[in-house]
Design a protein. Sequence first.
Length: 482
Amino acid sequence: MRRSHTAKRWLSGFSITLGTAVLVACGSGGGDDGRTAGIEGTGIVSGFGSVYVDGIEFETRGAEILFNGEPSPESRLRVGDVVTVTGTMTDDGTARARRIVFNRTLEGPIEQITVDNGAGTLTALGQTVSFDADTSFVNTPVEDLAAGDLIAISGFVGTDGSVDASSIEQGPVFRPNNTRLDAEGTARNVTPSSFMVEGLTVNYGSATVDESAGALQDGAFVEVFGVRDADNDAPLVADTVNVLGENRAEDGDRMFVEARIRDFGGLDDFTAAGWRIDASEAERLDNTGIAPGANVRVSVRGTERDGVVHADTLAVEPDPNVRLEATVGAVDAQANTLTILGSTFDVPADTRYPTRGDRLDEQVDRRLRLTSLNAGDPLRVWAYADDASLTARRIERADAASEATARGAIERADANGSGVTIEVAGTTIRATDSATTYYDSSGAEIAPSAFKTRADPGTRIEAAGPENAGEINTATRVQLID
């Protein structure tokens, strides 16, 4: 059993007095006795009961919510959606949203898709999209997606032009030359009538072009809308092209940004989600040891000055590398920890709580939070594990099952003549030669001795079996992942 170190809450980046910010009148909703400052930024929706974005709870009464440019109810938003929020924050940390804008990165038909244990890549509109345990699949499991399916993606475009998906939603049937599609990326090979965005040719001779944020030229970051025929290599006939510039907020606004770093010139000059950031004097809140750089996801808190977010704090948000499915052992809402299969996980404010259900009116536990969990609840937890701590990145309810599962890298393995005892993310897994079936990474059954020779620290496995006293004991199945 490993006891996790309780991490600092990401909201601590706003603990600096609001006296350093521009003070404004109380926001819509009224009733505040304290002073308020503007707050703005971009992040990933992590839960509901209000709207949580990058761990900040925003009250939404009276807020304008735009989904693909159309006014929408809060229920249209999903965990994993990338949104930009404008609002106010009082000096006691209460945040109120005035406006929430959903940011869609790509909508188009899947051209090809490769899935391996829930992670993989797909191609749509000539762009490579990566997905993993951090991606929310809104209404269709990833295993059910196929070439030809229309999908809408919210996420971040990397420095190499690929898209890191935070949410993927299957849309209606794709209708060639009728369904309006869209994509974001860097324009290349610009001519008076066409340009490229990664593998997509865009014909824009008849399009409305908005160059208010900059000229349409090689290297410009653009969003395009239009139609395409059924051929995957066919050009997108654009009706709208928008050149996107860097985001700017009011000087003195409190800022939050949760995104993949796109352009990295150093800690004193990088961009993420369109915001230019200087984190040269920021306090580092995580202990992952991962250096900020291109395509690394970070969460920053700071203040806007002269078009730059001057970060007070920075935290690297690593991708999950552990998955456990079992019943809750204990919940400590004050310490923000959750115990499952004998291991205790930090649950920071930005942990995601995806909902289940194929339609909006069928979603289960939309308001799921740590405080609504109880011992004995069946859960599925994705987490990041390192030598020092266990941090839950995603928590969702699971159906009751006769077996628990653990997936991750072996931390310790003790083999003997009749079996092997393994530890993954602090969870003990006991397997025996007589009761456990072993498999290689292809799914082929192997001898117990063959598994034991490969059961070294760092080797990734998945194990399943009855949950007994906070352990998997005795495992019915253990499979090598790599």
